[in-house]
Design a protein around this ligand. Structure first.
Ligand code: B12
Length: 269
């Protein structure tokens, strides 16, 4: 066990301002906890045969901005978080390489735009599964990994390394309460009530919705993560009242602010 390397990783993450850090055992992909599971070629040891650990970094998308989605503000926040995750994972991997380990980061997404997903709707590696195995959260009906702190409003990136690190294990408690809000409020009906992994979302319907929003600079959609009641961020921002997503007249001030944010910066203004 390389405890010195783990201290270095924690220090670097603290310095960079990383909100969530977890480590998964690269071997943990080999005994699938459920089916379907990422096939052999999508597992860490198939991608880099020297991989022993997968480090997962997570950063939140801030609730009041997700609340305004679809909007230019969520569009920009999404881009900011993506760039920050990739840069942080790159910096961490290079810092580890200078300290004698092998470390490689895989981009937080790994696809060249929505058109590229039309024929191949998968990336080469799934950060959600890495975060699950690292013990950062559990899968929700919306197919997202739900976390205690931010519910599904968190994005991930992974670093594969040959360092042997202290591993997390999947959480016992299921964080999804099956309230069906994500199922009922998805504007294109892409979310199934069967639950992950039996009810995988209709990726093509979701992708098409993002494509439409992209034309007005308001992608991605974000509704299935904003209507999820799970996450301590709801209390922090005083946003536990969920009815407002269905009936806006319950809190006219709040919905007026969302309308205001949506009216600017996109070509639909
Ligand atoms: C492609 C993609 C999309 C596509 C398809 C969505 C999807 N559900 O896969 C689109 C553009 C529609 C999309 C939308 C969104 N996404 Co997205 N997306 C990705 C991306 C780039 C790849 C996912 C992937 O391919 N994983 C790999 C495969 C192995 O996993 P899988 O699809 O679940 O596969 C299962 C089965 O299909 C089967 N399987 C997999 N491969 C194969 C192959 C064969 C041959 C077989 C038989 C079976 C099989 O096993 C798997 C396990 O059950 C990831 C980033 C990443 N690289 O991880 C982000 C990611 C999953 N997205 C994310 C987010 C947040 C979103 C959105 C909320 C964005 C938004 N709109 O605001 C929406 C939510 C949609 C939803 N509810 O699912 C986050 C999730 C964070 C979290 N907390 O969980 C990720 C991890 C990005 C990130 N870096 O944080 N996304």
């Amino acid at each position: 066990m390389d405890e010195g390397m783990m201290v270095l990783i924690e220090d670097e993450c603290e310095r960079m301002g990383i909100a969530m850090l977890g480590v998964a055992d690269a071997e943990a992909w080999e005994g699938p906890p459920f089916e379907p599971w990422p096939p052999e070629a999508y597992r860490p040891k198939s991608i880099f045969n020297w991989a022993r650990s997968v480090i997962v970094l997570g950063m939140p998308v801030t609730l009041p901005i997700v609340d305004s989605a679809p909007s230019i503000n969520y569009h920009e926040l999404y881009r900011t978080v993506n760039a920050f995750l990739d840069q942080s994972a790159y910096l961490l991997s290079e810092r580890m390489n200078r300290s004698g380990a092998r470390a490689v980061y895989l981009s937080r997404d790994g696809y060249g735009g929505l058109t590229a997903l039309r024929h191949n709707p998968r990336a080469s590696f799934s950060h959600r599964h890495a975060a699950y195995l690292a013990g950062l959260g559990t899968f929700g009906l919306n197919n997202m990994l739900l976390t205690e702190e931010y519910g599904p409003r968190v994005r991930f990136v992974s670093v594969m390394t040959d360092a042997e690190l202290p591993y997390g294990t999947p959480m016992d408690e299921d964080l999804c309460i099956r309230c069906l809000r994500c199922v009922r409020q998805c504007p294109v009906g892409a979310v199934s009530d069967a639950g992950y992994p039996n009810g995988l979302i209709d990726k093509d319907l979701c992708r098409k919705r993002s494509e439409e929003l992209y034309l007005s600079h308001m992608s991605p959609c974000g509704i299935c993560i904003k209507v999820c009641p799970v996450g301590n961020d709801r209390e922090r921002f005083g946003r536990q009242e969920m009815g407002v997503y269905i009936d806006g007249s319950k809190e006219p001030g709040l919905t007026a602010s969302w309308e205001h944010l949506r009216k600017h910066g996109g070509s639909s203004e």
